[in-house]
Design a protein around this ligand. Structure first.
Ligand code: GDP
Length: 473
């Protein structure tokens, strides 16, 4: 049976420019909240049937006309009407498509503010959509991820999350947890009668299964992170090996400057390139240059730690150099210390010696690493290099198509806490501990999962999440 319809409570009207700053053919300024139709009526005259007001227009209609401030015309615009609850925020929404350009849009926005709107805070539209139950927290975050997606894979994952992929999975888990919790709490209510509504063996099995599912999600973060943030790739090697040349060659036409993302620690500019569907984030290697020298000179542990921060290491060497063999030791050492790291040796400057293939094979043999010959200067072997880099992080595409991935640190941490609580619960069950203690752990797991979708709301978390959005989203 459908629940009886009750229109959402509408908050004070907010307005913001929804399109990026700058010159463009068109721009969108939007409003949401109580009274946005009457505000529009005061400043907008329809070209067709001007006698009818916007307040009388049905939802999902578009109206062409003039925007004016008293007698002064501001722009010719198209006004879109969305009626509560059938809108993004579930409130009444008016979207004004005006001509692009910073001055026009500012005039339009000022007009709305002068007529009773408040300037929206970053992410406030999406926050209202969440608070009014239109989307859950995960979907709200997915919108942010989609806007910031820089590769096809990151975009696909965000779309999947927006459609409710991870939400569905978590809601399923929550349901099962709730059931176990409810049964345990019933037992507590009847504690004097010493009844068990579910055998401890059964409960243990169920908790075990839930824990495995949560852990699977926790593990998926390893891949999910690479998708959403890009593969942190470091090019290291001795001075003059050709690192800058390779960096520029890799960035080439696909050069993409990643812009400032407010609220994150990555507020410096990084350079990325996309190969196939994967984004490679070429991290600042300045620190790593020193690291390599340290490795060569004294093999300092600290330098290895720096290197371990990257997802993929390209160790670039000048294969034409007379002393190239001296590096073999450093590479072998790096390999030994970090058997898990994705490390590829790139033998550069193959154009400078005739026996580069033989030399490269020798390095491969002595280090146990994959060695790939290129000439960064002549741009030879770069396609093979990119394909090999992609192969090293392979499986990403297949994974994101097929399954639900955890891509955010916030979700990852909450899931890890949930897995820990489930582990504690299982140990307590197996040790035949008191019902109260078991119920406590299960409740914690439930809360951690609820934090992700927003079933358990924490104001601070909301501020962080929505603060990362741009104004107008
Ligand atoms: P970095 O110090 O490792 O960043 O090295 P650079 O990229 O600045 O390159 C050092 C020098 O080597 C420059 O003169 C480059 O033009 C040259 N170089 C880089 N790659 C190649 C290559 O594949 N072949 C040749 N012949 N020279 C190269």
């Amino acid at each position: 049976m459908n629940e009886p319809f009750s229109p959402p409570v509408q908050s004070e009207p907010i307005a913001a420019i929804a399109t990026p700053v700058g010159v463009g053919a068109l721009a969108v300024v939007r409003m949401s909240g109580e009274g946005v139709f009457s505000i529009t009526d005061r400043i907008f005259t329809k070209a067709r049937s001007p006698e009818t007001s916007l307040s009388e227009s049905p939802g999902y209609t578009a109206h062409f006309g003039k925007l004016h401030d008293g007698d002064r015309m501001i722009d010719e615009v198209i006004v879109l009407v969305f009626r509560s609850p059938d809108s993004f925020t579930t409130e009444d929404i008016v979207e004004i498509t005006c001509h692009g350009g910073p001055v026009v849009t500012k005039h339009v926005l000022k007009l709305l503010l002068d007529n009773g709107c408040r300037l929206a805070e970053p992410g406030e539209f999406t926050r209202r959509a969440f608070l009014n139950g239109r989307i859950d927290l995960l979907q709200a975050e997915a919108i942010g991820e989609m806007i910031h997606a820089r590769s096809e894979s990151a975009y696909r994952t965000a779309v999947n999350q927006m459609k409710g992929g991870l939400s569905g999975k978590l809601n399923g888990l929550r349901e099962q947890l709730l059931q176990s919790c409810a049964l345990l709490e019933l037992e507590l209510d009847f504690s004097e009668e010493d009844v068990e509504f579910q055998s401890r063996e059964e409960l243990s099995g169920q908790v075990d299964m839930l824990q495995k599912e949560v852990e699977k999600l926790v593990e998926s973060y390893q891949h999910g992170r690479l998708l959403s943030e890009g593969v942190a790739t470091a090019i290291i090697g001795k001075p003059n090996a050709g690192k800058s040349t390779l960096l520029n060659a890799l960035l080439g036409e696909e050069r993409a400057i990643v812009s400032h993302m407010p609220g994150t620690t990555r507020d410096y500019i990084e350079e990325c390139f996309i190969y196939d569907k994967t984004m490679f984030r070429l991290t600042d290697t300045a620190g790593l240059r020193d690291a390599v020298e340290e490795i060569e000179h004294e093999g300092v542990r600290r330098s290895y730690e720096k290197i371990a921060e990257a997802d993929l290491i390209l160790y670039l060497m000048d294969i034409g150099a007379s002393d190239y063999e001296q590096e073999v030791q450093a590479i072998a050492e790096l390999r030994d210390k970090h058997p898990d790291i994705r490390l590829m040796v790139v033998a550069n400057k193959t154009d400078t010696v005739d026996d580069s293939v033989r030399r490269a094979e020798g390095v491969a043999e002595q280090t146990g690493c994959m060695v790939l010959g290129i000439s960064a200067l002549k741009q030879e072997g770069l396609d093979v290099l990119k394909a090999e880099m992609n192969a090293m992080v392979e499986g990403l595409d297949k994974l994101h198509e097929a399954s639900v991935l955890v891509t955010s640190m916030r979700h990852y941490e909450a899931l890890r806490n949930a897995a820990d609580a489930l582990q504690n619960a299982r140990e307590l069950i197996d040790a035949q501990s008191e019902t109260e203690l078991i119920a406590f752990e299960l409740r914690s797991a439930l809360d951690y999962v609820g934090e992700i979708t927003g079933k358990v709301v924490n104001e601070e978390v909301l501020n962080v999440i929505f603060g990362q959005f741009c104004i107008g989203k």
